[in-house]
Design a binder for this molecule. Structure first.
Ligand SMILES: Nc1ncnc2c1ncn2[C@@H]1O[C@H](COP(=O)(O)OP(=O)(O)O)[C@@H](O)[C@H]1O
Ligand SMILES: CC(=O)OP(=O)(O)O
Ligand SMILES: [Mg+2]
Length: 598
């Protein structure tokens, strides 16, 4: 599936072409990346796939969107399956990738007053794409969607009820970026996202901070509109709403004039005379006091949000910088972090000044031993947008029938080295007698006996190869016969399992590891992709061809490149379903996403 993505920001147009064959972010291929920014009456700057191409003709965002088809044609890219658009404001309604049609576009248009720098540019890209590719589906992915999970205490303004009823609430923006860098941070730290209390600082022309706990956005610095919060290129960020009355009385300004100035004439532009941080930094370096103050205010405001969000989450595990300024300005990262040592956050100067962000890198720049991890990574809004649209398009397709063979595992053991030594003699090698369906696995010629307080089970199969820990898998009926209470466990999860005695020709061996194996599916990576399943998913499998037809719930999916797709149940389960001989099952309905993305 090939998707063309448009990301119109307040100061730049970014676009990308992605091939999405696999389900994971790592399997997405970026065919082209383009940025048009630094617009002026003389034109703009163009970058293609990271390389600066020099100047181009477009003078503003609308002209930039119209220029993209030429750039695509030059790159030989003309066939797409869908066009995806970043939409800044999606209000309460758009919580996921959504097909853009007459009615959804009307709703987005109606939100324009709440994102006057963004939604018009986003809609201009949609309209241009509709004209050029009238037959292709157009999709929107919304900045606000990620923050719809924010609790009411974070989204509610303390204002009259009638205002709130009219829709006055906090939304938050840059959600696609915050979500991506959160995932990237978890990946880089090799820690599940749900275990990380993270602050993401997206510092671009627009800038926002986001508190992410348990993998979800819990607060963000932008509000009803992308005006609230941090200092931005031309936007004020937080101000006292009392300024409306003040400016009206003192200067005769009306609401629209004040609002316009807060969007377009404030922020760095107002403080330093230029909106672009590169230029502000250059002026500050040459001694310009206004630019120096602007930088100090910018950093101070960002630092206050980091502290506030650490308090909101009851602690901070990681801070991630992204956006044009967060990615490129080591000195701004330094200024923001200075003073946060009380949180256990310390930067390493060498690491901070030598970050290399190529190839989705997410380097860590905290001092060695610091409690809070600090990372820098390029945001990848276009990639996330492509990914979310591809997932939505796949979900919209009818699911293929997901049928798979069901194999019945009779009682068996997996032995470790110590067990083989004790049962068959030191250094003994088991003899593979019969290969199993999963590659590299076999049943041994040798057998063992199991002994519990109530009885013995003779001639129990041994499955190879050897494992790091001995594991004894029996049915519930077997466990009664043995007089041992075997817990239902996934293979390998042997902590706290009961002890049992094994007998072999060379002697007896006492071991933990007794369990009733929980039903599961071994699944190849190809099948998982085609069936929209991921490792760790729980599914329901219906056995409709058997005499005692039965649906098994809570079946764990275990995906591996090497696996042949097959469901494993034990003899009690097979008897309950009336299985005789080979039988198929079918994975039912929607996936219960219990463990996925955890
Ligand atoms: N090397 C750099 N040093 C400091 N700031 C930079 C650097 N490169 C880009 N920036 C700043 O990043 C901001 C633009 O960020 P970006 O994320 O590209 O914008 P947008 O919000 O339009 O997507 C501008 O203020 C620009 O000056
Ligand atoms: C919402 C927002 O401020 O976006 P950008 O950074 O693209 O201006
Ligand atoms: Mg941006």
């Amino acid at each position: 599936m090939r998707i063309l993505v448009f990301n119109a920001g307040s100061s730049s147009l970014k676009f990308g072409v992605f091939d999405l064959s696999g389900a994971a972010l790592g399997q997405v291929q970026e065919c082209l990346r383009g940025t048009l920014d630094r617009f002026s009456p003389e034109g703009c700057e163009l970058k293609l796939s990271g390389q600066t191409e020099g100047r181009a003709a477009p003078r503003d965002l609308a002209e930039a969107a119209a220029h993209v088809p030429d750039l695509l044609a030059k790159a030989g890219l003309d066939r797409f399956d869908a066009i995806a658009h970043r939409i800044a404001h999606g209000g309460e309604r758009f919580d996921r990738a959504t097909r853009l049609d007459g009615s959804t576009l009307d709703q987005i248009r109606a939100l324009t007053p709440l994102a006057p720098l963004h939604n018009p540019a986003n809609l201009a890209a949609v309209e241009m794409a509709q004209r050029l590719w009238p037959d292709l589906p157009q999709w929107g992915v919304f900045d606000t969607a990620f923050h719809l999970a924010n609790p009411a205490r974070a989204t509610t303004y303390a204002v009259p009820e009638t205002w709130r009823a009219a829709g006055l609430r906090r939304y938050g923006f840059h959600g696609t970026s915050h979500k991506y860098v959160a995932m990237r941070t978890a990946e880089a730290l090799q820690t599940p996202l749900r275990e990380i209390r993270l602050v993401s600082l997206h510092l671009g022309n627009g800038a926002s901070a986001c508190a992410i706990a348990g993998g979800q956005s819990v607060d963000s610095s932008m509000g009803l509109t992308p005006l609230e919060g941090l200092v931005m290129g031309t936007r004020s960020g937080d101000v006292d709403p009392g300024l409306f009355g003040f400016l009206h009385r003192q200067m005769g300004l009306n609401a629209a004039e004040v609002e316009d100035a807060l969007y377009r004439e404030s922020g760095l532009l107002a403080l330093a005379g230029v909106a672009d941080m590169r230029e502000v930094e250059a002026r500050a370096a040459s001694g310009d006091a206004a630019a120096q103050l602007a930088i100090n205010i910018y950093a101070y405001r960002a630092r206050k949000y980091v502290g506030a969000y650490a308090a909101a989450m009851g602690g901070l595990d990681a801070l991630v910088f992204t956006g044009g300024i967060g990615e490129n300005s080591a000195s701004m990262r330094r200024r923001i972090c200075d003073g946060l040592e009380f949180l256990g956050l310390r930067l390493d100067d060498d690491r901070n000044t030598t970050v290399d962000l190529d190839n989705r890198a997410a380097p860590q720049i905290q001092a060695y031993g610091a409690r809070v991890n600090v990372l820098v990574t390029q945001t990848a809004e276009q990639l996330m947008i492509a990914q979310e649209v591809a997932e939505a398009m796949r979900a919209a397709q009818p699911m293929p029938k997901r049928r798979l063979p069901v194999a019945v595992s009779a009682r068996h053991v997996h032995l470790d080295r110590a067990a083989v030594d004790a049962l068959f003699g030191a250094g003994y090698d088991l003899t593979p007698a019969r290969p199993l369906r999963q590659k590299g696995h076999w049943a041994a010629e040798e057998r063992v006996a199991l002994e519990g307080p109530k009885g013995r089970l003779e001639h129990v199969a041994i499955l190879g190869p050897l494992r790091p820990h001995t594991q004894v898998e029996v049915s519930r009926t077997d466990s009664f016969a043995l007089g041992l209470d075997a817990p239902v466990r996934q293979s390998g999860d042997i902590d706290g399992t009961p002890r049992i005695r094994l007998h072999g020709p060379a002697g007896a061996y006492d071991t933990t590891g007794l369990m009733v194996a929980a039903r599961h599916i071994h699944m190849s990576a190809d099948d998982a992709r085609a069936w929209a399943l991921a490792d760790g998913d729980m599914v329901d499998v219906s056995l409709d061809q058997t005499a005692r037809g039965l649906t098994f719930t809570h079946v764990l999916v275990r995906v591996s490149d090497k696996a042949l797709t097959e469901m494993h149940i034990d003899t009690d389960e097979a008897n309950a379903a009336g299985i005789v001989g080979a039988v198929d099952g079918e994975i039912m309905g929607d996936v219960a996403i219990t463990a996925r993305h955890a």
